[in-house]
Design a protein around this ligand. Structure first.
Ligand code: XMP
Length: 327
């Protein structure tokens, strides 16, 4: 019979046996899987683990604080935050093609993570000559099945080259969630005392708000979308609907403008799209029939509180044919 306490004890013992006195690194995304994986590893080996969190500026409101403060307080984990907001904005300047955006974000993310690794590896080696040899990944059982089950080591060279690292550096992977499903991972996270905002978090894409701006990405557009998204999330939570909807992307149509009227003046602003979906596994989805009064409240708040937005529209497309995200 499944019991989160047993799984934790079992995984802690396995991790201790695998790692010994070795040093371990883990990237935190703000999502459930990496947060629970890191917390398990920390429980097993304490400060032999160091976590890296990349702030690429495409995060949602309050996400960085939740990791840096709430998560660190709950776990006691050593955390290094790398602030590359400027670097990402520069790399993405003028780019509006969705696939190009995704490629740039992925490339910059790996580069940033590897640079942070390289620095930590140098520091660790300088301390006592013992390098970081292990990398934690929050791989779940469905990911293992999907990718054919192979695992073992991750070569740092398989991504991009990093200055100052040995050519043949290999990490041994630690994947404490490999046999688990999402709801089991959430149960373990709760048992480990992780903050509810992290354990109960809905899916959020790695490229973040970057693929929820239709058009090119600027600081102003990110700020605007972040505000609208925060309003939607707050209202869905207040309505008690977090468990009922799979996720609700909030999308800024930055290349579209429409005429409006506000106070006694004409406006020429951008639309915000609400994309609430119900789903089992994100492969297919239906649009969620949110209550009209909730939609009205969200619409009123966004148009009143977010400057530059004068229209809120609802996406009523299932998947297929629409995808959940707009890009
Ligand atoms: P689509 O848009 O393909 O999305 O219907 C399906 C699910 O995947 C999420 N998604 C991503 N998650 N990195 C991620 O970690 C990504 O690049 C990415 N793109 C989409 C999306 O939010 C939805 O839950």
């Amino acid at each position: 019979d499944w019991n989160s306490g047993n799984v934790i004890a079992e995984q802690v013992a396995l991790i201790q046996a695998q790692v010994g006195t070795g040093k371990v690194i883990c990237g935190l995304s703000g999502g459930v899987d990496s947060a629970v994986a890191a917390a398990l590893v920390h429980k097993a080996i304490g400060d032999q683990l160091v976590c890296v969190f990349v702030d690429h500026g495409l995060l949602r409101e309050d996400e960085r604080r939740q990791v840096e403060e709430d998560y660190v307080k709950a776990t006691g984990v050593r955390l290094v935050t790398v602030d590359v907001r400027e670097q990402f904005l520069t790399a993405l300047e003028g780019v509006s093609d969705p696939e190009t955006k995704r490629k740039i974000i992925g490339r910059e993310f790996i580069r940033t993570f590897e640079q942070a690794q390289a620095e930590l590896i140098k520091e660790a080696a300088a301390e006592d000559g013992d390098p970081i040899r292990f990398l934690v990944q929050g791989t779940l059982y469905p990911d293992v099945v999907e990718s054919g089950g192979g695992s073992g080591t991750a070569s740092i060279k398989s991504h991009h080259n990093v200055g100052g690292l040995p050519e043949d550096l290999q990490f041994e992977l630690i994947e404490p969630l490999r046999t688990l499903f999402k709801d089991e991972v959430r149960a373990i996270g709760a048992e480990l005392g992780l903050p509810a905002e992290i354990v109960q978090r809905q899916p959020f894409p790695g490229p973040g708000l970057g693929i929820r701006i239709v058009g090119s990405i600027t600081q102003d557009r990110l700020d605007l979308l972040r505000k609208a998204d925060a309003i939607v999330r707050a209202e869905l939570t207040a309505a008690g609907l977090d468990r009922e909807i799979w996720q609700c992307p909030v999308v800024l149509l930055a290349d579209v403008r429409s005429v409006g009227v506000q106070g006694d003046g004409r406006t020429y602003g951008h639309p915000i799209v609400l994309r609430p979906v119900s789903s089992e596994d994100a492969m297919t989805a239906d649009w969620t029939r949110l209550p009209y009064d909730l939609l009205a409240r969200i619409s009123n708040r966004i148009t009143n509180e977010v400057e530059g937005v004068n229209r809120v529209v609802l996406d009523v497309t299932s998947k297929p044919p629409g995808t959940i995200e707009w890009e």
